[in-house]
Design a binder for this molecule. Structure first.
Ligand SMILES: [Zn+2]
Length: 687
């Protein structure tokens, strides 16, 4: 294919669509490489000009100039990574492999630019004499910290090694994610009608639709996407098929051949440790946590340990109950990991007279979207109206977001259904971030999920967990939408990863507020609200199976801290490390890590959560305590509490140190008690 000339490359034209959207229909994969080359060169020239400025460094000619630079690069890069995550193909994957080392090189060239760092360091030294307002002071401190942490103050030889490490890590991270996607694409369980014993209607319909998407009409496909896989494990009476599916699921990235991720991980872990050492830290975990709210691996570990012992005890009680159930049915086998979800579902049905198939018709995707919107209206006065704007895929939908006074807040895009062109998981991302430096720029925020797509004409139904995921990601979306800062670097979710899960996990609480459930959990056929007795039973199961869930999660967080805590990880055998570490932790044999290392995308696909998977638990301490602030007023929508929440958390980006921000909202730092209570780990009561 011939490179597109700059003049007719729509990526390089002005994006004049509403909300600065590109003309998606005109965008072709082959335009990205030339576009990246052009915008990287332009950004490079801007950076070089700032560094070479003859005038003495000032906040304006250095920090503000940096904040104004790289706008075209930002645009192209945001768009590219939205597509690479949510609607990729071979051509986009090829571009991704090509540009990820280029982007790393570009970032190194900026952060290791000595002349530029000299200006920032000079300003930082004189910071108290610069008459900066608090946001400007925070911005300068963030720039200085970022440059130092990237190696700006190191000798030239060390810097060159760092640049090479960063470039290699970028390529490996891309390869890791593509390998997982390849294994997920190639491992669907293709079934006939006769293989579906135990599956409720919604799971059959979803499997039929998934087979159709894969060109096998009339068949049923169970894919390795979490919602497809988990509902099969929960309902299928076929132990042989559950085992087959579960094995494929937990072996993603560990199948030998071209998509095996173990060598990729070993190299990434070694490179990260080397980088940390060059920067003066004992391990990658020490380096990573130094700029987090937790500050040290020991602090993160203390929290995890507190939870781990209690969680294992609870999981052991749960295991015994499931084993009793197998015996009562006349089964003569020990509970295996591929049995847990199936028997837990049965036990839930027996103990609470509640089964997922009874609940699911009440959780329609569209009603749950409305519920998330209505919660935002009651808390923050936001309104959402469908927007007719061009998008990148027919399944993606957009809403115009306004505040109570009618002011435009931004655009929200929801892309909810699983498809084979989408990476697994659920995430929030953006095409444009809020800021006030280039005028009053409103954000364009996306939620990408992987809910099972229904067959044509059927309503899209969610599990209660899916609905919680929807609220979680929408909480992140609000963190982006409500952002109210001047400078782009501090915008929205640009906070430490152990703080960034507070807005998302906190939002999950409102799904369980009776007002919201009563109004929006309506039966998909009859439109009837969920009966109060069913709501009561559903909420009574909140702490059910939490031993399992907590073990599944906490083991991941501990293994993450352990592998990234290695000082000398050269020559690591990844499978063996994982096995021995779990043995050391006394991992229950009937539970497998929620994400095993060979497909642990949080850690290795990019690395946003490397040595930071504990963040979810850390943030949960905050969210449990934060929701209690509403409960204490007796009103889940208390206006004053909501105002403080908006001022210090959802609207505040990275304006303050996270601990200060939390104290601003709550008046104090949180304790772990609310979290233990929420997970049913506060006492030894089983169930
Ligand atoms: Zn999250």
């Amino acid at each position: 294919m011939s490179p597109t000339a700059a003049s007719d490359n729509p990526l390089l034209a002005d994006w004049t669509g509403e909300f600065g959207l590109p003309r998606f229909a005109a965008v072709k994969p082959e335009q990205f490489r030339p576009a990246f080359d052009a915008v990287l060169a332009a950004h490079r020239a801007e950076i070089d000009a700032i560094a070479a400025d003859q005038a003495a460094p000032s906040f304006d000619n250095t920090i503000v100039a940096l904040e104004r630079s790289g706008r075209a690069f930002e645009r192209v890069s945001n768009l590219f990574f939205v597509l690479a995550g949510a609607d990729t193909n071979d051509a986009i994957e090829a571009v991704e492999r090509e540009v990820s080392p280029l982007l790393a090189r570009h970032s190194s060239a900026t952060y290791l630019n000595r002349a530029l760092f000299a200006r920032i360091a000079d300003l930082y030294q004189r910071r108290n004499a610069l008459a900066l307002n608090p946001e400007q002071a925070r911005l300068l401190e963030r720039y200085h910290t970022r440059f130092v942490r990237a190696g700006a103050a190191l000798e030239k030889a060390a810097q060159e090694r760092l640049a090479a490490i960063n470039e290699r890590l970028a390529s490996l991270g891309t390869q890791f994610g593509q390998n997982v996607l390849a294994d997920e694409k190639s491992h669907a369980l293709l079934l006939d009608e006769a293989d579906l014993a135990g599956l409720p209607d919604f799971a059959r319909a979803a499997a039929r639709a998934a087979a159709e998407e894969r060109g096998q009409p009339g068949k049923y496909a169970v894919t390795l996407a979490r919602s497809s896989c988990e509902s099969f494990l929960q309902f299928s009476a076929r132990r042989d098929l559950r085992e087959k599916l579960f094995q494929a699921w937990i072996k993603r990235g560990e199948n030998g051949g071209a998509t095996d991720n173990r060598a990729v991980i070993a190299e990434m872990v070694a490179l990260r440790a080397e980088r940390a050492k060059l920067l003066g830290f004992a391990s990658f975990a020490d380096y990573r946590l130094d700029d987090q709210m937790a500050k040290t691996p020991a602090a993160a570990r203390k929290l995890l340990d507190e939870v781990w012992t209690r969680a294992r005890a609870k999981a052991a009680a749960e295991r015994d109950a499931l084993q009793d159930m197998i015996a009562a049915e006349g089964g003569n086998f020990a509970l295996a990991p591929h049995d847990w979800r199936y028997y837990a579902e049965k036990r839930r049905k027996a103990a609470f007279d509640l089964d997922e198939a009874e609940i699911k018709p009440y959780f329609q995707l569209d009603r749950m979207i409305e519920a998330a919107f209505d919660t935002a209206r009651r808390l923050f006065g936001l309104t959402f109206a469908p927007a007719e704007v061009p998008l990148y895929h027919p399944d993606a939908r957009a809403w115009r977001v306004n505040d109570a006074s009618g002011r435009e807040v931004g655009l929200f895009i929801g892309d909810y259904f699983a498809r084979s062109s989408k990476h697994s998981g659920a995430w929030m991302t953006s095409l444009r971030d809020q800021e006030k430096l280039a005028g009053d720029v409103t954000p364009v925020i996306l939620n990408i999920c992987n809910f099972a797509k229904p067959a044509a004409g059927e309503p899209a139904l969610l599990s209660f967990d899916d609905a919680r995921t929807l609220f979680h990601e929408f909480g992140h979306a609000l963190h982006g939408l409500l952002s109210n800062v001047t400078y782009p670097l501090l915008s929205g979710t640009a906070v430490p990863s152990d703080f960034v899960e507070l807005p998302s996990q906190l939002y999950e609480h409102w799904l369980e507020v009776p007002d919201i459930l009563k109004k929006y959990a309506r039966h998909c056929r009859t439109g009837e609200p969920m009966p109060q007795a069913l709501i009561d039973r559903l909420l009574a199961t909140r702490t059910f199976n939490q031993g399992f869930a907590t073990v599944e999660y906490t083991s991941c967080a501990l293994v993450d801290l352990d592998i990234h805590g290695l000082a000398e990880p050269a020559g690591l055998d990844v499978s063996e490390f994982e096995r021995r570490d779990l043995e050391r932790l006394a991992m229950p044999a009937e539970i497998v890590m929620r994400h095993r290392l060979p497909h642990f995308q949080h850690l290795f696909s990019g690395g946003g959560y490397a040595a930071a998977y504990y963040s979810y638990m850390w943030s949960e301490v905050l969210d449990a305590d934060a929701f209690a602030a509403f409960e204490e007023t007796g009103d889940a929508f208390d206006a004053e509490t909501a105002n403080r929440l908006r001022e210090f958390i959802y609207g505040a980006g990275n304006l303050r140190d996270p601990a200060e921000a939390y104290k601003g909202f709550r008046g104090r730092l949180p304790a772990v008690d609310a979290l233990l209570k929420k997970r049913g780990l506060a006492n030894s009561a089983a169930l």
